[in-house]
Design a protein around this ligand. Structure first.
Ligand SMILES: [Zn+2]
Ligand SMILES: [Zn+2]
Length: 151
C-alpha cells in the first residue's frame, strides 16, 4: 500500500502568510513596559527567531522573566531536569550559578554535591547563553548589537 501526500496547496500557503502578517496583539505589547528598549527589541527578536527554529537554550533573553538570561538563570524555573540544564546527573541535584555582571562579566556553574562543574552538553549551553547574554548587555554602545556564538 502506498501512502500519498496531497500536492502542496497554494491557498494554504496564502492563508499562513496572511496570518503571519498580523501577529496577536499580546505580542506587540508584551515588552512594552520594559524601560531598556534594546533589551525589549532583542527579547522580541528572539521570540520570533524561536518560532523559526532558534533553540530556546541559546537565547540571550528570557521569555518568562523578560530579562537578560544571566539575570534570571538562577531562578528554579531554569532548572530542567529532563534536559539536564542546570542539573547534575551524578548527584541528582540542582547546579548552582554564580554570575558577576561587572564588565566584562563572568558566569560559573558549580555543584554542591560533587564540587566539579558538571560538563554536559546542556550545562555548556547554559554557560554559553549566559556569557552571550552578558556581552549583549555590555554591548549596548557597540555598533554591532551582539555576536552570535558559532558553537
Ligand atoms: Zn528566566
Ligand atoms: Zn554534582
Amino acid at each position: 500500500m502506498v501512502l500519498r501526500t496531497p500536492p502542496p496547496s497554494r491557498a494554504h500557503l496564502r492563508l499562513l502568510a496572511a496570518t503571519d502578517t498580523s501577529p496577536p496583539a499580546r505580542r506587540r505589547d508584551r515588552y512594552g513596559e520594559i524601560a531598556d528598549r534594546r533589551l525589549a527589541a532583542i527579547l522580541a527578536a528572539e521570540d520570533v527567531a524561536e518560532e523559526h527554529g532558534l533553540s530556546a537554550h541559546v537565547r540571550t533573553t528570557c521569555y518568562v522573566h523578560r530579562r537578560w538570561v544571566h539575570q534570571c538563570i538562577s531562578d528554579p524555573m531554569h532548572v530542567l531536569i529532563v534536559t539536564g540544564h542546570r542539573w547534575c546527573r551524578r548527584c541528582d541535584r540542582t547546579v548552582e550559578v554564580q554570575v558577576d555582571e561587572t564588565f566584562p562579566g563572568t558566569v560559573e556553574l558549580f555543584c554542591d554535591g560533587c564540587g566539579v562543574p558538571p560538563d554536559s552538553v546542556a550545562n555548556r549551553e547554559v554557560l554559553r547563553a549566559c556569557r552571550t547574554s552578558l556581552s549583549a548587555m555590555h554591548g549596548g554602545e557597540a555598533s554591532t548589537l551582539y555576536v552570535v556564538p558559532d558553537r
